[in-house]
Design a protein. Structure first.
Length: 304
């Protein structure tokens, strides 16, 4: 068993601009908000932090602008003990930004790609050695698809497992789908991509369904992991937390079922605090949560 897996995360690095309101404004309406804050985000950075909090040796590959946000985000990744050798700054383009509105126990997001759009196949190729020496690679679709395809090519070349979180959803080429080890859409993303991507093999598919849990395919049958009942404070980053934790568990050679349970527990804990990265748990947090949950389950069975 791998004690401390090396996980390379390739993807977006954003500054989240978070607004909390009682309700979303109607078209043309101005309403008074409750809170505004800036928080580190981006699916790539979020997933890197999620895995690093669990004890993985994480390498990040991505781009930021030569601006205050870029410097701050790179510094925050380093404070999470993430290797930022593959994070470069580019002049003349802003760091990526996500504008997040929190309302009605959920979130809506507007993303400005900024420097994330400059992650090219050539840029990915610069860090082939970093990828080749990883136990597993995780990426998403907030960087150009061509860069994701190059990462998949390098992983296939070096026999490195490759996990794709297809967010935001888009049509994916068969050549890419053939190279993924697992693909991890949420329910909305799966509904969006499945009609155009009939080539996705069921044994590669992990679908996160919010409060309906996670579904996957194992031993020639569909299986489901129930969601943990936790009242949400902020659901931003829950999917990224799941992906980082799921990838960590797979790198540790856990079964699909155990990896989905572990990822689901991590996601449940993450929504108890505001901010994509703030509530991301440690391995000790998750182990303690699962131990307590199992004890409650056993107690319920004994009382039946």
């Amino acid at each position: 068993m791998i004690k401390d897996p090396t996980i390379t995360v390739i993807g977006s690095i954003n500054m989240d601009l978070v607004v909390s309101v009682n309700r979303r404004p109607e078209k043309g309406e101005t309403i008074k908000g409750e809170m505004f804050t800036t928080m580190p985000g981006g699916k790539g950075a979020n997933q890197a932090v999620s895995a690093a909090r669990l004890g993985a040796k994480v390498c990040m590959i991505g781009m930021v602008g030569e601006d205050e946000f870029g410097n701050e985000l790179k510094s925050k990744l380093q404070k999470e003990h993430i290797n930022v050798e593959g994070v470069e700054s580019i002049a003349g383009i802003s760091t990526g930004v996500a504008v997040i509105t929190l309302a009605d126990d959920d979130n809506s997001i507007v993303m400005i790609s900024g420097a994330n759009a400059t992650v090219t196949p050539d840029y990915i190729s610069k860090y082939e050695d970093l990828i080749a020496n990883s136990d597993i690679v995780l990426t998403q679709l907030e960087i150009p698809l061509e860069a994701v395809e190059k990462a998949a090519d390098i992983c296939q070349k070096h026999n490195v497992p490759f996990i794709l979180n297809p967010a935001p959803a888009q049509e994916l080429p068969r050549s890419l789908l053939n190279k993924v080890t697992f693909i991890t859409p949420n329910q909305i993303e799966w509904e969006s991509i499945k009609a155009d991507n009939k080539e996705i093999k069921k044994d590669k598919l992990i679908v996160t369904r919010g409060d309906e849990g996670v579904t996957f395919f194992e031993d020639e049958q569909d299986r489901r992991v129930s969601a943990f009942a936790i009242k949400p404070v902020d659901t931003t980053g829950a999917g990224d937390t799941f992906n980082g934790a799921f990838t960590y568990a797979i790198a540790k050679k856990d079964s699909l079922y155990r990896a989905c349970v572990f990822g689901s527990a991590a996601a449940a804990l993450s929504i108890t605090q505001t901010g994509a990265q703030t509530g991301m748990p440690t391995k000790e947090d998750i182990d303690g949560f699962l131990k307590e949950w199992k004890a409650i389950q056993r107690g319920g069975e004994n009382n039946e």
